[in-house]
Design a binder for this molecule. Structure first.
Ligand code: SAH
Length: 429
């Protein structure tokens, strides 16, 4: 039978007997753990030779002698010669030293586990009886995946030594559009400070029972929590030693004020990390079948907030230039209220009234709805459809209905109506 131990090897000497490939792999792993590695072997394989040349390990270039065991906490026998490995194991036994033995002939007194870590959790897998390293690795890989996805109960039971904040991009809404890293951080969190947009409070169903959710998004009939107050909550919770996830819609650094939250944490001396998310600027048009760039149609992207697209001086020169360029797609977030003003400015600037416009509400949710129109018609179409926030406005040739439909290979017979897409042939390459 086998008792798994977590051994702290930092600064402690481990002796590797043998200089081959297996010993090389072990050396790397032991060095990662902070161990001091000594190798006894007449020759070294390239990995070990390189480590020795760089002074990362010490090398005694000869065959094994019993006195090599002096000073070691752990010994690994991997000479490729079962008789020598057995001898090393027997010498260790006599000296009550733990010994791992890589040879098929015997297993020494210890075995290295197939190991994986997720955050600060380490999991090791060994066979209780005998050895089957490939199976141990397969089991390890399975557990590793579950840990990475946050599918296991990772929430710590003891307070962290110090609190922290992770600014996590939650994507446009569905839980399966969260990144794997976001899932793990959510599983580990003590506190989740959630927006309304993106996954919002729906993450409750994947959180540990003890995780608290603090909603700070705007709810119907409620005022949004002011940014300064959100910053204060983040700092206060982390200062109390909590692992805080600030779950934001889309990506934290795309028109989401993530930068301000980051700075507020730094200013308060709080450890802060950022996890990217799928931004609605790209994913919401995509949900409506609109590629934000398309070879031969649009090769650049201009993303702007509706609040800023129309400053006191009207639309910014950069936005007007983007709108005027048929090869640029303009994406407006928070743009429903600003749309009429923006359309007026664009038309005045000489942007063709026929420029396609699509407005996608509630992308990636069951309430998703797309309104297709043109610049000239946009104000009326959006009013008549009763378009509401949250919505992403797409202005540009990629918003043309049927852009991605295949063009018929054979020309229709003369006199018949043209079936299929409305996309002009020259827009597809
Ligand atoms: N950081 C976020 C954007 C925050 S600004 C991101 O990267 O996605 C908020 C705006 O995002 C909304 O006003 C709307 O324009 C857009 N938005 C976010 N989620 C949306 C969704 N599911 N459907 C439509 N628009 C959405």
């Amino acid at each position: 039978m086998t008792l798994l131990l977590g051994v702290a090897l930092g600064g402690r000497t481990v002796l590797l007997v043998g200089g081959g490939e297996v010993a090389g792999r072990r050396a790397r792993r032991l060095l990662d753990e902070g161990a001091r590695v000594r190798v006894v072997a007449p020759r070294l394989d390239p990995v070990l030779a390189d480590l020795a040349a760089r002074g990362r390990i010490t090398w005694t270039p000869r065959t094994y002698r019993r006195r090599d065991l002096r000073g070691a906490w752990l010994v690994h026998a991997a000479t490729g010669r079962p008789a020598v490995d057995r001898q090393v194991a027997a010498d260790c036994e006599r000296r009550r030293l733990l010994c791992t033995n890589a040879s098929q002939a015997g297993h020494g007194t210890a075995r290295l586990a197939a190991q994986t870590t997720a955050g600060d959790v380490a999991v090791g897998v060994v066979s209780a009886v005998g050895a089957d390293p490939r199976r141990s690795m397969a089991v390890r890989d399975g557990i590793s995946l579950l840990l990475a996805e946050g599918a296991l109960p990772l929430q710590p039971r003891r307070p962290a030594a110090s609190g922290s904040v992770a600014l996590v991009g939650g994507g446009p809404g569905p839980l399966d559009l969260l990144t794997v890293r976001a899932r793990r951080l959510l599983a580990e969190a003590d506190v989740v400070v959630a927006d309304r947009l993106g996954p919002g409070e729906a993450v409750a169903e994947i959180l540990g029972a003890r995780t608290r959710i603090i909603p700070v998004g705007k709810h119907p009939g409620h005022h949004p929590v002011p940014q300064a107050e959100i910053n204060r909550i983040l700092v206060e919770e982390a200062s109390a030693g909590h692992r805080v996830v600030r779950l934001k819609g889309g990506d934290p650094f795309v028109l989401g004020r993530g930068g301000e939250e980051y700075t507020a944490c730094l200013a308060a001396g709080i450890a802060v990390d950022v996890v990217p998310g799928i931004t609605s600027a790209i994913a919401v048009p995509q949900a409506a079948g609109i590629p934000v760039t398309q070879r031969g149609t649009a090769t650049a992207l201009h993303v702007v907030s509706g609040h800023d697209a129309l400053g006191p001086l009207g639309a910014s020169p950069a936005t007007l230039a983007a709108l005027a360029d048929p090869a640029v797609t303009t994406i407006v977030l928070m743009g429903v209220a600003a749309l009429p003003g923006l359309v007026g400015a664009a038309l005045e600037h000489g942007v063709p009234a026929a420029r396609p416009v699509a407005v996608v509400e509630n992308g990636h949710t069951p309430q998703q709805r797309t309104t297709r129109t043109t610049l000239g018609e946009a104000e009326r179409a959006v009013r008549e459809a009763g378009v509401r926030s949250p919505a992403v406005v797409v202005i540009g040739e990629v918003a043309r209905e049927g852009l991605l439909l295949p063009v018929p290979l054979t020309a229709p017979a003369a006199g018949t109506a043209t079936p299929g897409p409305t996309t002009p042939r020259e827009l597809i390459t």
